[in-house]
Design a protein around this ligand. Structure first.
Ligand code: GCU
Length: 688
């Protein structure tokens, strides 16, 4: 059914009797929502429980606003405040911070208590997730978010100008927000559906337009549309944010300047912010990409990036809003003939000296690696550089460089190489995830963002299986220590049912998928080797070099890799904390998977594995393509266990992936075989 795709992991499919096993006899007979007002998340929670339990268990429960019949059991859902008002005190184990919840199904009643309404809604989804997975265990616990910022970013364009698509780097159809000719859509029916999915994974904010922002989002007609989008997300506890174009006061507002220190400009933005909060009182904040890839910014006026960020921040601080200011600032016209030039250095070079100058409600939003969502990158050194500044990480659910949803690539294992990385700040254990939750540098604000880029496709992202990445993003933003395989098991049960073979097959394939993709694309930290000039898809190793974009490999006939050492290269290794810097400075201590990221070495250089670089390329490409070749065969074993529509949809994609991985394998291997002149010891790679 098409709607199975739209429901994502919230299908509420009926459990079989063998899974409910007698649990239904003394199941609750009503839902009690304390102080639920129409349109508020608590009301949503009660309704969702009603719909979910009807679907999963086939039971019809009434919703009321107080406990009337003491003889039957209820599911009570409330904020902590309302619960206390009604019952005099809270259960002992309730220990909540903002957005957290308590869930207990011990005792006669099931109790769901949120620190706020949003938390109560999260608790309702958690309870439904248990039921949908046939889990009737007795539990009683509080859970709280690791970090307050858990936002989706949509790169939706107002205009479908044919450059990068109606959703930039989106592979799931046209925008759910805009009509492609400059306006918010008339039909916004997808918005609450997305709100529901986001709420169920505890994502509490969404930026609704592209970081390459079009000022016409501020047009008279679009104000109503933006307000409507906010109204549709509100019942789900999802607040909206907006990307701004720095030059708007001039290009849209008709002023003669966009200097962030010019009073007229400040007044203009203040007017925008005031109108925003009048229309959307719970507006979450702005997202700003400035002075990057041709976007305007404060540097035009010799003002600092902090001046720019703070200007916006001051206009929304009184309203409680925040500014997510992107660290993705670099020169895309860099001189590739300069051995010491390095795009990877840009973020630290721009931001380090501004540390301490940002207002308290500015959060610097940092891509996970120093370049751009590549298949393997070291963590961005900026995370261990900014001590006085709130920070959030930017991940990508949309698979821009990672197969664009035509390849199965389950991303959490990649994300966890970054989140778990020990940055060794001041020689102490300091994992990236503990920077993001504010613990390392004692910050209140911080967290997680992901470029999601869902669209009007019935699968949202373009492929059913890619939805596991969206699901896992929310789960990890709440608790980054979760096991990525366990998250996937939950997702698979919710999405495809409780069958063991389905779960085990999808788990095994998914966990092998990122290593396989890395194997048949770019190895040893050389980056993905996709076409970088336009599509970011398919093999094009030659496109990396000899242009200003800076994703260089420095490959020639004898050697390959970026020399990022302090001793002889770009100095990038030295941007890390001393222990990490020392590790990356030397080939002896650099892990193989980042060898070519940090070092320029001969193709015959021997890795820790004992293989040469070139032979590693050859072998990895064969191994990766071999793994991908197993995917359609393994999926075939699920015929009849997954409904035909989704079965065929994925079979088609996995078959394509298996074929495309051969294209990748041969394109990359033959390219470097030709360039290096070194044959494959197993004699598989052709020479042209
Ligand atoms: C990538 C992507 C662009 C995007 C940019 C950004 O380079 O290809 O489409 O605008 O990142 O994150 O700002």
């Amino acid at each position: 059914r098409a709607e199975d795709g739209l429901d994502g992991w919230l299908r509420y499919a009926r459990l079989r009797d063998c899974h409910t096993g007698g649990q239904l006899d003394d199941f609750a007979t009503s839902i009690v929502a304390l102080n639920a007002t129409e349109g508020a998340p608590l009301h949503t929670a009660a309704h969702e429980l009603q719909v979910g339990i009807q679907g999963i268990l086939g039971l019809e429960l009434d919703v009321s606003d107080s406990v009337t019949d003491k003889d039957t059991s209820s599911i009570i859902v409330a904020t902590a405040q309302a619960y206390e008002d009604e019952f005099g005190s809270l259960p002992e184990a309730v220990d909540l911070i903002e957005d957290g919840f308590y869930l207990s199904n011990k005792g006669d009643d099931t109790v769901i208590i949120g620190s706020n309404e949003r938390g109560a809604l999260y608790g309702a989804f958690e309870y439904l997730s248990m039921l949908a997975q046939g889990n009737f265990d007795e539990v009683a616990y509080s859970t709280n978010p690791d970090a307050p910022i858990r936002w989706a970013n949509q790169w939706d364009n107002l205009w479908d100008n044919g450059t990068h698509g109606p959703v930039e780097r989106g592979y799931g159809g046209v925008s759910i927000f805009y009509d492609g000719v400059g306006h918010v859509r008339e039909d916004l029916s997808r918005v609450p559906m997305l709100g529901r999915l986001l709420a169920s994974i505890r994502v509490n904010g969404i930026v609704i337009n592209n970081v390459n922002a079009d000022p016409t989002i501020l047009s008279e007609r679009n104000w109503d549309g933006v307000e409507e989008i906010a109204n549709l997300f509100r019942p789900w506890g999802v607040r909206i944010g907006m990307s701004l174009n720095f030059a708007s006061p001039q290009t849209f507002g008709g002023l003669d300047s966009f200097d962030p220190l010019d009073d007229q400009v400040i007044d203009w933005w203040q007017g925008i912010s005031d109108e925003m909060y009048e229309r959307v009182p719970d507006f979450a904040g702005y997202l700003v990409k400035a002075n990057s890839e041709g976007q305007p910014g404060p540097l035009t006026y010799n003002r600092t990036l902090a001046d720019g960020a703070n200007m916006f921040a001051k206009t929304i601080a009184p309203h409680g809003g925040i500014v997510m200011f992107r660290a993705f600032v670099y020169n895309h016209l860099a001189d590739w003939t300069d051995w010491h030039a390095d795009r990877a250095n840009a973020a630290v070079e721009f931001f380090a000296e501004l540390d301490g100058q940002f207002d308290d409600n500015v959060v610097v939003q940092i891509k996970y690696g120093p370049i751009d969502f590549q298949v393997r990158e070291p963590v961005s050194p900026l995370f261990s550089t900014l001590r006085e500044t709130a920070m959030a990480i930017e991940l990508q659910v949309t698979q821009e460089y990672l197969g664009q949803q035509c390849h199965l690539v389950y991303l959490p294992p990649l994300w966890q190489t970054i989140l778990d990385f020990d940055l060794r700040v001041d020689g102490q254990e300091s994992r990236t995830r503990d920077v993001l939750n504010g613990n390392v540098f004692g910050k209140k604000l911080g967290g997680y963002t992901a470029v999601t880029n869902v669209g009007m496709d019935p699968t949202w992202l373009g492929s059913h299986l890619s939805m596991s990445n969206l699901y896992a993003f929310g789960r990890l933003a709440w608790d980054p220590t979760l096991d990525s395989g366990a998250i996937l098991d939950d997702w698979t049960r919710l999405t495809f049912g409780l069958g063991r073979s389905v779960r085990e097959t999808i788990r095994a394939m998914s966990l092998e998928s990122w290593p396989a993709y890395e194997n048949y694309t770019g190895n040893l930290g050389i980056q993905t080797l996709t076409d970088i000039l336009y599509t970011h898809y398919g093999p094009n190793p030659a496109s990396q070099d000899n242009n200003g974009w800076g994703q260089w490999t420095r490959a020639d006939g004898d050697s390959i890799g970026m020399d990022r050492t302090v001793r002889n290269g770009t100095g990038n290794a030295g941007q890390y904390q001393p222990e990490v810097a020392a590790r990356y400075e030397e080939t002896e201590t650099t892990p193989d998977d980042l060898m070519l990221w940090f070092h320029h070495v001969p193709y015959t250089f021997e890795l820790h594995s004992g293989k040469t670089v070139i032979q590693h390329f050859y072998d990895a490409h064969y191994a990766g393509a071999e793994t991908a070749a197993t995917f359609p065969k393994r999926w075939e074993t699920l015929r009849g266990r997954v409904d035909d529509e989704r079965f065929e949809h994925e079979l088609y994609r996995l078959t394509y992936q298996a074929g495309h991985s051969l294209v990748w394998r041969d394109a990359i291997n033959e390219f470097y075989r030709n360039l290096s002149g070194i044959p494959d010891v197993h004699d598989r790679v052709r020479h042209h």
